[in-house]
Design a binder for this molecule. Structure first.
Ligand SMILES: Nc1nc2c(ncn2[C@@H]2O[C@H](COP(=O)(O)OP(=O)(O)OP(=O)(O)O)[C@@H](O)[C@H]2O)c(=O)[nH]1
Ligand SMILES: [Mg+2]
Length: 228
């Protein structure tokens, strides 16, 4: 019974994801779904990256959290369109809820919508929101073993952000082991080490996003998502 209910929810949610994907394709907007643990640095990176790319790309942001508007408020100085979604307890964004965010952004001329999912490496990976690609984020403070423990996300993601590299000297994160763990998931994606505090590494992420947008607008969408 429980399995049937879950299947119904996922099938129904899939319809919202399909509609969102169609809308975004029609508008030529790229959507990236950023997934990482609580405190891994998602909002900090988005703020720094969007500020740095402001002369190249028009961003909108959808933030998912269980509660509060705190993250959305952090974008106020940037003057970009931001929507805060609260799941009220669910550990991931659903396509149905996220669609409300896309609808709220629809009146803006945008190039890229960044979705910050609810913080964790497990549940959000299970849900298609209609995005073009998922991004994984792990901070060096979390440990190099995360791809081993949460393989689905790392297998699916079209790029991997390794954040808080300024903390490298203070933690025992082993990059070789991180890359080995990533490779074991069968991922086919670039890795971007970044420090959102100093901006180090963000230019490469922006170039990658611009390339993804260009590919989408040229109709090369199927290459954006790894096969299941
Ligand atoms: N040292 C260092 N700290 C960082 C960096 N990026 C973010 N932080 C800090 O990490 C903490 C969490 O950052 P957030 O950006 O709020 O993390 P988040 O992933 O959005 O967190 P949730 O929304 O709660 O899931 C904050 O205190 C940030 O200042 C970084 O590059 N270096
Ligand atoms: Mg956040």
């Amino acid at each position: 019974m429980e399995i049937k209910v879950l299947r119904d929810i996922l099938e129904h949610d899939g319809e919202f994801a399909r509609r969102t994907r169609e809308d975004l394709r029609g508008r030529g907007v790229l959507c990236l779904n950023l997934i990482g643990a609580p405190g891994s640095g998602k909002t900090t990176m988005l703020r720094s990256l969007i500020a740095l790319a402001s002369d190249r790309l028009r961003f909108g942001v959808i933030i998912g959290d269980i509660a509060s508007q705190l993250d959305a408020e952090r974008f106020s100085p940037l003057g970009i369109p931001v929507v805060q979604l609260n799941t009220g307890g669910a550990c991931h964004l659903s396509a149905r809820l996220t669609r409300r965010g896309f609808e709220a952004l629809a009146s803006n001329e945008l190039d890229v919508v960044m979705v910050e999912n609810v913080g964790n490496l497990a549940c959000p990976a299970e849900f298609d929101l209609g995005e073009d690609a998922k991004l994984s984020m792990v901070s060096v403070a979390e440990g190099h073993d995360k791809p081993v423990k949460y393989p689905l996300l790392f297998h699916q993601a079209a790029a991997h952000i390794l954040s808080k590299t300024d903390l490298d000297p203070f933690v025992d994160f082993d990059r070789d082991q991180y890359y080995a763990a990533l490779n074991a998931t069968g991922h086919r994606a670039p890795v971007f080490p970044i420090c959102a505090k100093t901006g180090e590494g963000l230019d490469a992420v922006i170039d990658w996003i611009a390339g993804m947008l260009d590919a989408k607008r040229k109709g090369r969408e199927p290459g954006l998502r790894p096969e299941a």
